[in-house]
Design a protein around this ligand. Structure first.
Ligand SMILES: [Fe+2]
Length: 134
């Protein structure tokens, strides 16, 4: 179980709400794994992650462009890496029916929360608040 905490809160409501959705999805996968159904819901998790990445990164990138965020290129590159990693994990899991990739997916998402959201997005949030974007 991954708890939402103030390190994840960047202060921009639209973005924080979307980040909360990712925590909910991570916990859904974790709970399914505990009850032995992680593998069964994995394809749904990938589908949710793909649509999450499109909607959420589009929202963040629109704000970066609107407020001329100096770190935009680097931040966009991190989003592109997320999409590539999810795509790779999805393809691997489709190739390998016996050994589900639930643990690598879980670990990747947990790391994304602590690395990207708590640091990179936090930097974007600070900048946007200074620009009165909230
Ligand atoms: Fe981001």
């Amino acid at each position: 179980m991954f708890e939402w905490n103030s390190n994840l809160e960047i202060g921009i409501t639209e973005i924080d709400d979307q980040h909360r959705q990712l925590v909910i999805l991570l916990n859904k996968l974790f709970n399914a794994m505990k009850s032995g159904s992680g593998r069964r819901i994995l394809s749904d998790v990938f589908a949710e992650l793909e649509s999450y990445a499109i909607d959420h990164f589009t929202a963040e990138e629109a704000l970066m462009a609107q407020y001329a965020y100096p770190e935009e290129d680097k931040h966009r590159a991190a989003h592109a890496e997320f999409k590539t990693k999810i795509e790779t994990l999805k393809q691997e899991s489709e190739k390998n029916d016996q050994n589900g990739l639930t643990i690598p997916v879980l670990l990747f998402l947990r790391q994304w929360l602590t690395d990207h959201i708590a640091n990179t997005d936090q930097g974007l949030g600070d900048y946007l608040i200074r620009q009165n974007a909230s």
